[in-house]
Structure formats: structure tokens, C-alpha cells
Ligand binder design. Structure first.
Ligand SMILES: NC(=O)C1=CN([C@@H]2O[C@H](COP(=O)(O)OP(=O)(O)OC[C@H]3O[C@@H](n4cnc5c(N)ncnc54)[C@H](OP(=O)(O)O)[C@@H]3O)[C@@H](O)[C@H]2O)C=CC1
Ligand SMILES: C[C@H]1O[C@H](OP(=O)(O)OP(=O)(O)OC[C@H]2O[C@@H](n3cnc4c(=O)[nH]c(N)nc43)[C@H](O)[C@@H]2O)[C@@H](O)[C@@H](O)C1=O
Length: 375
């Protein structure tokens, strides 16, 4: 069962003069290029970069007052029916932007020609790339071909198509699994490519790393104002509750709910329960994406997390309490644990003024309520 918490308020197609939007984004692109040239390091995001005049937020650590995403911007959210895309669409709409969407039946984002044609037609001011082949530990380790190829195809289509259409601003969403399996904790963005990856999601991680390099390459070669963010494990309304393909948190909600409803006294979970994970509510993630779109224009990816983690056993105890399951936990150690720990260093993001607002227990309770209303 894929619970459907879908974003419906989005406008389809072109509802404003596309020519105006295009002129504005191309102008921003040129301006970014010109100023980076003066700073003497195209897209490095590190050197003594000067703030862009007027519209810019944070470039190379310097700030000015106006946001990088113009007010009332037209933003194409790719993957608007998913956990992340639906939350980002809600957030951008609440912030006064116009969210453009396209369902998979009308536009398969693996199709580069169709995606480029769509983006040229609607010419958004910005793109948020939240469409991807996504899944939990078992889905990742069972279908590495799809996780590698579909994500590479989507990234090539959307990022390349956005540039060809003159889109001036793009946010690419990666994942904390891009970092080495045994990276020092908390994991700083500089840990990228410093060690071997976790085998259960290596294919997915490599596709995401390619996406980061693609974004950096468009910055370096064309001066594009494209950025990448690396979220930790997410949860919330719109999540996937399918026990075979989901991440751990929605799986536990469903397992405990069903066990409590059926009066069972034991629930079996995967692995040893000892791995540690950091969980962020998707509405906090969406707020962080809005901050990045408005203020960040650096070359380096930005971690998005809450800065705290817990063991899977501790998570299970919390979810059991929320769902009213009072029985025993059993652990199926034939199932993989995955990486032992992946707590993100979120200092780069918090320095931009963002902080999480939804405590884990409250977020789980709200997600449980949402899921029960959907089922
Ligand atoms: N969930 C998490 O814990 C985390 C997620 N992320 C990242 O956030 C992003 C979004 O993830 P999330 O929202 O959880 O994933 P979901 O599976 O909930 O949503 C993915 C969306 O992408 C769409 N999509 C997938 N393939 C295609 C395609 N070929 N053409 C058009 N649309 C397509 C799906 O469409 P449809 O609805 O039709 O299936 C869906 O709307 C991903 O990049 C992921 O890596 C990062 C860290 C953690
Ligand atoms: C976001 C992130 O998500 C994935 O990495 P992951 O964090 O390892 O994934 P997960 O949420 O599926 O599991 C977390 C932990 O929980 C344990 N666990 C117990 N019981 C269940 C259970 O019932 N289901 C699941 N899925 N896990 C369970 C499980 O064994 C593991 O130890 C990748 O897709 C990766 O690519 C990625 O980006």
C-alpha cells in the first residue's frame, strides 16, 4: 500500500508570462557569472567572493538583504507527489511562490527530451529536484540497478534540461548516504569521497554523488546558481508505508499499529537494533530548503539534519509507545543493519539561520495520525 498524501494546490502549465520569467532568470545567471568572474574563481564558493548586487543572499559566506529566490517565483517541484516534494510544494506555496508540477503519467523525468521540452515551455524561475527512485535498506540492496540508473537518468534530464531552458536557480536533493560508511561523526560535508561507501546503498549513493558533481560542474562551467542539499533520514505525511520498500520509521509505525490492532504480543524488526539514525520531520526539511533557496549560493553541498540521533531500538520503543503496542521486540539479524551511524554536522545550515522545530515524538505522533486518516 502506498499511502497517498498528495499535493493538490499546484498550478499546472504556464500561468504567467513565461518570457518575463525567462528574461529574469537568464539575467540572474549572467549576473552571477560576471560577479564570480570578478571574484576570480568560478563557482568556488570559498574565495573572497563579493556579494552580488541587490538580489543575492549568501555568496561565499557574505550576505545581503534580498533573497536569491525572487518573491512570487515560479518554481517547478519535480517529485511533488512524494514525501519531500509535497512538503516543499506546501512550503513554497505558503511563502507566496507559484508551484509548477507535472505528474509522472504526463512527464517521465527519465525522458531527457520530454523533460527539456517541458522546462523550455514553462520556463520556471527555479527548480527543486525532489524526484528520485527512493527506498529503504532492503529496496536499495535488492534493486541497485534501478537505484543507480533511474536516479542518474532523472538527474541528467532535470539538471541538464533546466540549464538548457535558462533556469537560473536549482536545488538538488541528495542524501546522507553519500558519505563514507565509517565517516567521523558528526559528518561534515568535507567527508565526501574520503572513504568506502555503505554496501547496501552504494549504487544509490553513487548516483547522488554524480548529481552533486553535475551541479558543481554547471556552476563551474556556466556560472549557474545551482546548489545541493544532503538530508538525513526523513519522515512525515506523504511517506511510503509499504513494508517491503519503506524506510524504517513508517515501517515501524505500520508494524506496531497492526500488531496492536491484532492483539499480537511480539513484533519482529530488521537487523540488530543497534545502528544509530537521525530523523528529521519533512516540514522542517522543507523550511530548510526554503532557507537554502533564498540565501545559499555555494559550491559545497549543505547537510540538513536535526543534529541528534538515536538507536533503532530506541526509535522502536518510541514508536511502540505512540502507537499503543505493549508487546516484545524481536530482531531478525539476517536482515542488514546498514551503516552503523550517520549523524550529520549541520553547522553550515544553522549558520544560515535555520533550526529544526518538530521534536521527534511529536512528529511521529502527527505522522501516525496522518497515516491512520489515509488508511
Ligand atoms: N525519504 C528520505 O528519508 C530521504 C529522502 N531524500 C531525498 O529526497 C528526495 C525525495 O525523496 P522522497 O520524497 O522521500 O521520495 P518519494 O518516493 O516519496 O517521492 C519521489 C517522487 O519522485 C517521483 N518520481 C520518481 N521517478 C520518477 C520519474 N521517472 N518521473 C517522474 N517522477 C518520478 C515520484 O513519483 P510518483 O509519485 O509517481 O511515484 C515521487 O513523486 C530524493 O532525492 C531522496 O534521495 C534524502 C534523504 C532522506
Ligand atoms: C535515507 C536512507 O535510507 C536508507 O538507509 P537506512 O537508513 O539504512 O535505511 P532504513 O530506514 O531502511 O533502515 C534503517 C535501519 O532500520 C532497520 N530496520 C529495522 N526494522 C526495519 C523495517 O521494518 N524496515 C526498514 N526499512 N528498516 C528497518 C534497518 O535494518 C536499518 O538498520 C537507504 O535507502 C539510504 O540510501 C538512504 O538515503
Amino acid at each position: 500500500m502506498r499511502v497517498d498524501g498528495r499535493f493538490r494546490a499546484a498550478a499546472h502549465g504556464r500561468t504567467r508570462a513565461a518570457g518575463r520569467g525567462r528574461a529574469r532568470t537568464v539575467a540572474l545567471d549572467r549576473e552571477v557569472r560576471r560577479d564570480r568572474g570578478r571574484a576570480g574563481g568560478a563557482g568556488s564558493g570559498r574565495g573572497p567572493l563579493r556579494p552580488l548586487r541587490e538580489r543575492t543572499g549568501i555568496i561565499g559566506g557574505m550576505t545581503s538583504s534580498l533573497p536569491l529566490l525572487p518573491p512570487n517565483a515560479r518554481v517547478f517541484v519535480a517529485g511533488h507527489r512524494g514525501l519531500v516534494g509535497s512538503a516543499v510544494a506546501r512550503r513554497l506555496t505558503a511563502d507566496g511562490h507559484e508551484v509548477l508540477t507535472r505528474g509522472r503519467a504526463d512527464l517521465d523525468l527519465r525522458d531527457a527530451a520530454a523533460t527539456a521540452a517541458y522546462l523550455k515551455d514553462v520556463r520556471p524561475d527555479a527548480v527543486v529536484l525532489a524526484a528520485a527512485k527512493v527506498g529503504g535498506i532492503m529496496a536499495n540492496s535488492t534493486y541497485p540497478v534501478q537505484f543507480l540508473e533511474e536516479n542518474l537518468q532523472i538527474q541528467l534530464s532535470v539538471i541538464g534540461g533546466a540549464h538548457a531552458a535558462g533556469v537560473g536557480r536549482l536545488l538538488f536533493l541528495g542524501s546522507s548516504c553519500i558519505y563514507p560508511k565509517l565517516a567521523p561523526q558528526p559528518i561534515h560535508e568535507d567527508a565526501l569521497l574520503t572513504g568506502p561507501l555503505e554496501p547496501t546503498n552504494e549504487a544509490y549513493a553513487l548516483a547522488k554523488i554524480a548529481g552533486i558533481v553535475q551541479v558543481q560542474s554547471y556552476r563551474k562551467q556556466y556560472g549557474a546558481s545551482y546548489i545541493s542539499a544532503m538530508p538525513t533520514n526523513l519522515y512525515g505525511p506523504g511517506d511510503n508505508f509499504d513494508l517491503e520498500t519503506s524506510h524504517v520509521l513508517p515501517a515501524l509505525v505500520r508494524r506496531f499499529h497492526e500488531a496492536a490492532a491484532e492483539g499480537r504480543d511480539e513484533v519482529t524488526l530488521w537487523g540488530s537494533g543497534t545502528p544509530r539514525r537521525e530523523f528529521l520531520h519533512v516540514d522542517d526539511l522543507a523550511a530548510a530548503c526554503a532557507v537554502l533557496l533564498n540565501t545559499y549560493d555555494g559550491d559545497e553541498p549543505v547537510n540538513i539534519g536535526c543534529g541528534e540521533d538515536l538507536t533503532i531500538r530506541e526509535l522502536a520503543e518510541t514508536v511502540a509507545e505512540v502507537t499503543g503496542f505493549r508487546g516484545r521486540l524481536a530482531w531478525d539479524t539476517s536482515k542488514p543493519d546498514g551503516t552503523p551511524r550517520k549523524l550529520l554536522d549541520v553547522s553550515r545550515l544553522t549558520s544560515l539561520g535555520w533550526k529544526p522545530g518538530i521534536p521527534l515524538r511529536d512528529g511521529i505522533a502527527a505522522t501516525y495520525e496522518w497515516w491512520r486518516e489515509q488508511s
